[in-house]
Ligand binder design. Structure first.
Ligand code: ADP
Ligand code: MG
Length: 259
């Protein structure tokens, strides 16, 4: 008997405090294979912190994260004990859910090719030849193969972000986390990066995308999560969130923030 597939990711009551400032106050969220979920909401409400906790760039303080059914952190409700999975489990999970950052985070003293090879060799322990082959494939997918020997400084912002996406793809990801991938770009470069993300969506890539680009959300998301006050305050199918019966606070957010 085969049931529905388990979620790629589940998050329950995720909490994170910075120096007494409770930024995440119990985040609940799940993501299924092939799903494109967008995380929207006002600045400072914890969207980046959610993504950073998912792949343990920040260590959560409480709650539960499972990735393909495996606990990355978990809490025993009765005893209040919070456990974090061993480093090798976290590292394996992190490699399979790479993050694409607003400011690209490429190594500036390495070429495009080296940027895409590095994580494969260091984290996945692939051989250099195999890693270079895969890097070529991934750079071709984002239209950057002919820039393989360039340094990041020689590229536009849109090109840098496409390289960062190729680097994520090279890790054979199960899920890609995007943190405002187009907000550092000049307006005319936004489309080329959104186009690459759209291509990935057509190929069935599972993605969790933080963005303020509402037209993009509307055109690409299956699910939309609205973050406010350190929680997911509303979640819904994109059609409902953008429809006439959208929750009032989401309507207000869209009107105020985006005309
Ligand atoms: P968003 O991405 O929704 O704009 P963030 O997750 O970046 O929000 O930040 C949420 C809150 O957490 C902000 O008040 C921010 O100042 C604070 N914060 C984020 N990271 C840190 C950190 N490393 N140390 C202290 N405070 C932080
Ligand atoms: Mg942010």
């Amino acid at each position: 008997m085969t049931g529905p597939k388990p979620p790629v990711l589940t998050v329950r009551q995720l909490r994170k405090t910075f120096q007494g400032n409770a930024v995440l106050r119990g985040v609940d969220l799940s993501l299924h294979e092939g799903e494109i979920a967008c995380l929207i909401g006002p600045s400072g409400t914890g969207k980046s912190t959610i993504l950073r906790c998912l792949n343990f760039l920040e260590q959560p303080d409480g709650g539960e994260i499972t990735f393909f059914g495996q606990y990355l952190c978990a809490e025993d409700g009765n005893s209040n004990i919070f456990r974090i999975a061993p480093p090798r489990v976290l590292q394996a999970a992190r490699a399979r859910m790479p993050m694409v950052f607003q400011h690209f985070n490429l190594f500036s003293h390495r070429t495009v090719m080296e940027n895409v090879v590095e994580g494969q060799v260091v984290v996945l322990r692939r051989g250099r030849a195999e890693a270079r082959d895969r890097a070529r494939d991934c750079l071709a997918r984002v239209g950057m193969l002919e820039r393989a020997d360039f340094y990041p400084d020689q590229l536009s912002g849109g090109q840098k972000q496409r390289v960062a996406i190729a680097r994520a793809l090279a890790m054979s990801p199960a899920l890609i986390l995007f943190d405002e991938p187009t907000s550092a770009l000049d307006p005319q470069l936004v489309q080329e990066v959104q186009g690459v993300i759209r291509d990935l969506s057509a190929e069935g890539m599972t993605m969790l995308i933080v963005t303020h680009e509402m037209r993009f959300v509307r055109s690409i998301a299956h699910t939309v999560h609205f973050c406010e006050g350190g929680r997911i305050a509303e979640s819904g199918a994109a059609a409902d969130i953008f429809g006439p019966n959208a929750p009032p606070r989401i309507q207000t957010f869209m009107e105020v923030a985006h005309g």
